[in-house]
Design a protein around this ligand. Structure first.
Ligand code: GDP
Ligand code: MG
Length: 441
């Protein structure tokens, strides 16, 4: 389901990235596209409206921070607002702890208990599980089968009807494991005795965590369930299951976030490994297809640090070997060009493969070759005739072909620059920023 939401959001963002001017009309169009995508995945209308309002207001009122262009500024606002919509991040510690599982029947508690046992086991902790579901026939067998898959102790008393008693004996029998997970019964509705039982189990276990399991298919209705359980036992984390199978996941996620209960994990499949930690930042950047946009911006800023590139000269059409040298330096600090390009919305501009396929080894070679050029040559590469080529090669301990290859690469880059200037049409300010991001290209 998240694929669909992701596609909608990505398209909206891509459209903005491809706009030559980010003005009021562009922002309004973006907001409309975002609304459509969010509403289609069942996010509450009121939430969507609030979100749109604040995106619009911020995008139009706030000045972009120093060094950030209008486009990036708006994208960052969208990103921040969506992250906020998903609530805060819930910490999961790898210390000894007792976890009480709550939720209605069929929500995925038992399956998730198995998945969590696996999660902590993989982190190197010893895990034990108690089956406190005395209501559903076969509950113990279901849990035991899961635990047997991963060799984890599972305590249960099939046939016994006192959940509190079973749990008390179960925790004792598990002894000194690090993580103790208590799977409970569910039933179909929120009945009073179900709530009473979960409160009693909470008191008995003194659980460190009370995690509520909710089926994503509930969509916005997840809000009521989350609120009700929260009231009873102070839920400190929600796990949303079946995110793999419904179009309503966006609704469940945002509804739960709205109750103030953070989302700890999402379940996205039926096997014991289909559990994913939920962190709003990563989740949204993935949905937006921005890769790790934040890290990228940070890296770009670091890389740009002191040695400024003469962007203005380049804008006027001048792109010398010296500029390329600086560009290679910055790229080295930012990581492979191909990867960097993949993370930036480029407004539909595709870098030619020859420009991207430069390995870091080759970049180093190019720099060595450039080191044996004169200032004059670096400023004006057309001077480099065949006798100069031979001299440069000799000085760099390289073959003349290597020098020629470098010149060829330089020409490709020069052409690319020109095409970008023509194709992006994003105004001078945008262009500068783009160049900086690409390491001065
Ligand atoms: P419980 O009654 O709350 O203990 O729920 P169960 O753990 O028995 O799960 C009910 C059904 O949902 C089972 O058929 C599970 O296989 C299925 N299920 C649980 N989590 C997921 C999930 O993340 N994705 C999918 N596709 N199915 C799930
Ligand atoms: Mg169960």
């Amino acid at each position: 389901m998240m694929d669909k939401l992701g596609t909608g959001l990505k398209d909206a963002v891509k459209k903005l990235a491809g706009k030559s001017v980010v003005d009021r009309a562009a922002v309004e169009e973006l907001v409309k596209d975002l609304q459509r995508a969010l509403l289609q995945s069942d996010v509450n209308v009121k939430l969507v409206m609030t979100l749109s309002q604040s995106i619009k207001k911020r995008a139009l009122d706030e000045e972009p921070p120093q060094g950030m262009n209008a486009r990036e500024h708006v994208l960052r606002i969208v990103y921040e607002e969506l992250v906020a919509l998903m609530g805060g991040e819930v910490e999961v510690t790898l210390t000894p702890q007792t976890i009480l599982m709550a939720g209605l029947q069929g929500s995925g508690k038992t399956t998730t208990t198995g998945k969590l046992a696996r999660y902590f086991q993989r982190k190197g902790l010893r895990v034990g599980v108690v089956c406190a579901d005395v209501f559903r026939p076969g509950a113990y067998d279901q849990l035991k089968t899961l635990c047997d898959q991963i060799n984890i102790p599972c305590y249960g008393e099939p046939g016994e009807t006192d959940a509190v008693g079973v749990t008390k004996r179960g925790l004792k029998s598990l002894g000194t494991v690090d993580v103790r997970i208590v799977d409970t019964q569910g039933r179909h509705g929120l009945e009073n005795d179900l709530i009473a039982e979960i409160i009693a189990l909470n008191t008995l276990t003194k659980a460190d965590h009370r995690w509520l399991v909710i089926d994503a298919a509930l969509g916005q209705q997840a809000r009521d369930q989350a609120a009700r359980f929260h009231e009873a036992i102070d839920i400190d984390g929600v796990i949303i299951t079946k995110m793999d199978g419904t179009a309503k996941g966006g609704g469940a996620l945002s509804a739960v976030a709205e109750t103030g209960s953070g989302i700890v994990f999402i379940g996205n499949g039926e096997t014991i490994n289909d559990l994913e930690r939920f962190d709003p930042d990563g989740f949204i950047s993935r949905l937006l297809g921005m890769g790790d946009l934040r890290a990228l911006i940070e890296r770009a800023e670091e890389a740009m640090g002191d040695d400024e590139i003469d962007v203005n000269a380049m804008l006027k059409g001048k792109f010398t070997l010296r500029d390329m040298y600086k560009q290679l330096e910055s790229i080295k600090k930012m990581g492979p060009l191909k990867q960097v390009m993949g993370m930036i919305p480029t407004g539909g501009f595709d870098m030619p493969d020859e420009a991207l396929d430069v390995t870091s080894v080759k970049m180093e070679r190019y720099k060595i070759v450039m080191d044996s050029m004169t200032d004059e040559e670096l400023e004006n590469p057309t001077l480099i005739n065949s006798s100069r080529t031979n001299r440069i090669a000799l000085g760099a301990g390289a073959k003349p072909e290597e020098v020629r290859e470098l010149i060829k690469y330089y020409k490709t880059m020069q052409k690319t620059m020109k095409a970008m200037r023509g194709g992006m049409g994003g105004g001078k300010f945008n262009m500068q920023r783009m160049m900086k991001k690409f390491g001065g290209m």
